[in-house]
Design a protein around this ligand. Structure first.
Ligand code: F6P
Length: 325
């Protein structure tokens, strides 16, 4: 592959805190290397519809601390069709864009992979999702911020739970995965955590709660949104059916976990990966995702990043159980 001259950058899928820091790093790294850089608006949809803007260094000033994504994000139905992808390629060619950096999660990388195969456009992916469910990186951009937001909320819920002797079920994000739930439960000292990756029954949950109730007057159960027993409302209802002496409340944290200023960890991660993305394209590396593993930037082909299931460390669950007695 020839040295790219003009890089396009986009964010796709659910936004994540730190995406702006990643955009800033990609833009400045491209300019540092004398490349042109264009921001594509609203992810793959913007590529299909030809919505983009040239970016200079000052266009990404003052965004490292901002949540969301200045390039906006969308889930694109048109890009899932070969015709849509052809239109997208035509728009890139019109502008002379000859390499892409895409920031998003597994859906984003699935799209990137097909696009690269069909049209030969070199693509590098950066892991931008609060879910942390991509293999090939210890942490995804946004996970640390989202988990800190969840912990801050649970700490507040703990105040009111203990003041009223209540059992709270707190639902955190994670449609398919329990990374946020696991770390938030451990960090907030929750009594129990329900994860989509683990077979946990209501019987077992009730057993732990009943045992705890001998010495505790309030408890917090963190439930991942995608847990197989249902979300927090369903789990709470099932527990209430068996033990109506519990004074139960439910809080669904929802999208507030996706917003807010990124933490230092997310800003540093995004900055390192953004710079590396442009450098790797210049080295002729593409067709995969960059991540940080043991503090080293690593490359994982899209296929492996998408198809290798990453699950929360089982040991964290054991530690959480020990510490919640
Ligand atoms: O992928 C990130 C995520 O926040 C999931 O944890 C959540 O299930 C989903 O996005 C929500 O998506 P939407 O914003 O489309 O409702």
């Amino acid at each position: 592959m020839n040295r790219p001259a003009h890089v396009g950058v986009l964010t796709s899928g659910g936004d994540a805190p730190g995406m702006n820091a990643a955009i800033r790093a990609v833009v400045r790294s491209a300019l540092y290397n004398d490349l042109r850089i264009t921001g594509i608006i609203e992810g793959f949809d913007g590529m299909v519809n030809g919505r983009s803007m040239p970016l200079g260094s000052r266009d990404v000033s003052n965004i490292i601390q901002r949540g969301g994504t200045i390039l906006r994000s969308a889930r694109s139905a048109a890009f899932r069709t070969p015709e849509g992808r052809m239109r997208a390629m035509a728009h890139l060619q019109e502008q002379g864009i000859d390499a892409l950096v895409v920031i998003g999660g597994d859906g984003t990388f699935a799209g990137a992979k097909v696009f690269e195969q069909e049209h030969g456009m070199p693509v590098i992916g950066l892991p931008g999702t609060i879910d942390n469910d991509l293999s090939g990186t210890d942490m995804t951009i946004g996970f640390d911020t989202a988990t800190n937001t969840a912990v801050e909320a649970i700490d507040k819920i703990r105040d009111t739970a203990s003041s009223h002797d209540r059992l709270f079920f707190v639902e955190v994000m994670g449609r398919d995965t329990g990374f946020i739930a696991m770390s938030a439960a451990l960090a907030a000292g929750a009594e129990y955590v329900m994860l989509p990756e683990e077979r946990q029954t209501i019987d077992e949950l009730v057993r732990v709660l009943e045992e705890g109730s001998r010495t505790k007057s309030s408890s917090i159960v963190v439930v991942a949104e995608g847990d197989e027993e249902g979300g927090a409302l369903t789990v709470a209802r099932k527990v209430k059916e068996r033990f109506d002496h519990y004074d139960i409340r439910v809080t669904v944290l929802g999208h507030l976990q996706r917003g807010g200023a990124p933490t230092v960890t997310d800003r540093v991660l995004a900055s390192r990966l953004g710079v590396a993305a442009v450098e790797q394209l210049l080295n002729g590396v593409h067709g995969g995702m960059l991540g940080l593993v043991n503090d080293q930037v690593t490359f994982t082909p899209f296929d492996i990043a998408i198809n290798t299931r990453k699950t929360p460390q089982h040991d964290l669950l054991r530690v959480q159980a020990i510490l919640s007695i």
